[in-house]
Each structure stands twice: as structure tokens, then as C-alpha cells.
Ligand binder design. Structure first.
Ligand code: NAD
Length: 269
């Protein structure tokens, strides 16, 4: 018989910009509840001060292992930092806690490592560089257009506090576009005279990637395609971090029924 008990969720990075949204979204969603929160920057802070409906006895802890052992969560949602996340995933999987990970900055080697950890520990994980439905459709459309154009640039714009550049979404988009072309690289336009280092952005799969960082943005991306006599721009704009929550909640609901590592949310949308 299917258990009707709410899914027990631990939020890692709970005091951060995304973590606070996740605490509220999980606690308000039917069929799940926040049972623990970890963030060294918020130790001792009461969760009720972040989220009205949280249990008033819950406080943010500083130790993931202790929080898992004390509260027996089924799912850890992690929005922390690139240099922290691999350790958190390993700790969670070692305790057979499923992972829903939004933290960005993974290398291909990291992804393979998580895949192996999931198989070895027999616990599932979902890692997605972008949980917004609109951004995932933008990536899907960009992969479709990639087959038809010779030139492509990605321009991503994020808030001033973002730790990594380019964004995980930009790199994932480039990977999907490259995969859609089955090894046929984009054309790169050479610039014989460079007057400023980095003016053309960074290059991956023949795609130039440009990162803008400043106050005022949350997370935007344009994918620009070019061919003789025309350009096509596919653009996604974020106006609030709320846009990531439906994807996060979907992943929390689905992850326990999956096996191994699911990379991206396209397959569960
Ligand atoms: P943030 O800096 O506001 O929050 C990160 C939090 O992690 C901080 O509060 C920090 O104290 C905490 N932290 C540090 N070490 C920790 C540890 N060992 N255990 C638990 N918490 C720890 O950053 P943010 O804007 O909330 O973004 C977090 C991550 O999410 C970034 O990698 C960002 O790129 C990514 N992100 C992903 C998506 C997506 O849809 N996948 C969307 C937005 C942001």
C-alpha cells in the first residue's frame, strides 16, 4: 500500500536566497513537510521566522550528518554552493537519503561520480541546473533550433551574488544544443584583432557564452542563433525565484520512485 505520510524533507542551504523559498514551498505543498534545515550561516535561527507554517520548535542546524540522524528525512533538497554540494550529496546518499539538487557548478566528472554513488548506495538523486519550467522549455527549443543554424551565442544575466560563471543553465543549454547536432560543431567567427580580453566571451562546443553579473537581475538567458540574412533569439526571463519552486516540488515528489541519477528535469516534466 502507498504510504500517505508526508514526505520528510531536509533543506540544505536553508538560510540562503533559494533555501528560504524552498522551506516555504515545501512546507506549503500538500504531501510533504520540512523536518530539518541546515545552513552554517543561520545556525540557531527559528524556521518559523522564515516560514509562518513551520513547526515552531525547528531551528536551523549547522551539521548535515547530525540533522539526518536526528530527523530521518527521506529527501534532502540542496541549494548551497559549488564547493560544498558534493560533500552534502555523499553524506545524504550514505544515509540513503534521496537528493534533489539545484546547486550549480558541477563538472562532468562530478556528475559521473554522483551517478556511481547513487548506484553504490542504492539511493536516487535529481540534479538540475534549472528547475524553472520556462527555462527548461527554452533549453528544449534551443536544442531544436540548434540543428538548423550555423552560429550560436548564449548571453546569460544573473544577480551580483552568483558564485559561478557561466551559469549551470548556460552550460547545460550548450551541451543540449551540441548533442542535438550530433558532433557537428557550430561555426566560430574569428576576431583577428582583440582589444579587450574576454570580449567574445568563453567558448564551448563552438558556442560563445557571455555572463553578465549585476544587481537587478535574478536569472535570465538569451540563446541567439544566426544564419545568412536572419537571427533567431530564444529568451527566458526570471522575475522571481518563485519560478523554480514548481520544479523543485515535482522533483521531491518524483525522486523517491526513481533509481540512480536523473540529470535535468526534462524527463520528469
Ligand atoms: P546563497 O549564497 O544565497 O545561498 C547558499 C546558502 O548555502 C548560504 O546561506 C550558505 O550559508 C549555505 N551553505 C554554505 N555552506 C553550507 C553547508 N555546508 N551546508 C548547508 N548550507 C551551506 O545562494 P543562492 O542564490 O540561494 O543559490 C544557491 C545555489 O543554487 C547556487 O549554486 C545557484 O547557482 C543555484 N541556483 C539554482 C537554481 C536551479 O533552478 N537549479 C536556481 C537558482 C539558483
Amino acid at each position: 500500500m502507498v504510504s500517505m505520510d508526508p514526505i520528510r524533507v531536509l533543506v540544505s542551504g536553508a538560510a540562503g536566497r533559494m533555501g528560504q523559498y524552498v522551506v516555504n514551498a515545501v512546507q506549503s505543498a500538500p504531501g510533504m513537510q520540512v523536518v530539518a534545515a541546515v545552513d552554517p550561516a543561520g545556525i540557531g535561527k527559528r524556521l518559523i521566522d522564515i516560514c509562518d507554517t513551520c513547526d515552531e520548535t525547528l531551528v536551523i542546524g549547522g551539521h548535515l550528518t547530525a540533522a539526518i540522524e536526528d530527523t530521518a528525512p527521506q529527501v534532502m533538497v540542496d541549494f548551497t554552493r559549488p564547493e560544498i554540494v558534493m560533500g552534502n550529496i555523499e553524506t545524504a546518499l550514505n544515509h540513503k537519503v534521496a537528493c534533489v539538487v539545484g546547486t550549480t557548478g558541477f563538472s562532468e566528472t562530478d556528475i559521473k561520480l554522483v551517478q556511481r554513488m547513487c548506484e553504490k548506495k542504492g539511493a536516487p538523486a535529481i540534479i538540475a541546473s534549472n528547475f524553472s519550467i520556462g527555462a527548461n522549455l527554452m533549453m528544449r527549443f534551443a536544442a531544436e533550433a540548434a540543428r538548423q543554424f550555423e552560429y550560436a551565442d548564449i548571453i546569460e544575466r544573473h544577480h551580483e551574488g552568483k558564485a559561478d560563471a557561466p551559469s549551470g543553465t548556460a552550460l547545460t543549454t550548450a551541451q543540449l544544443m551540441a548533442a542535438a547536432r550530433e558532433g557537428d560543431s557550430f561555426e566560430t567567427v574569428p576576431t583577428p584583432v582583440s582589444k579587450l580580453d574576454g570580449a567574445r566571451g568563453g567558448s564551448t562546443h563552438g558556442i560563445q557564452v557571455h555572463s553578465v553579473r549585476m544587481k537587478g537581475y535574478v536569472a535570465d538567458q538569451e540563446v541567439v542563433f544566426g544564419a545568412a540574412g536572419e537571427t533567431l533569439t530564444i529568451e527566458h526571463r526570471t522575475t522571481s525565484r518563485e519560478c523554480f519552486m514548481p520544479g523543485v516540488l515535482l522533483a521531491v515528489r518524483k525522486v523517491l520512485s526513481l533509481e540512480g541519477l536523473t540529470y535535468g528535469i526534462d524527463s520528469i516534466l
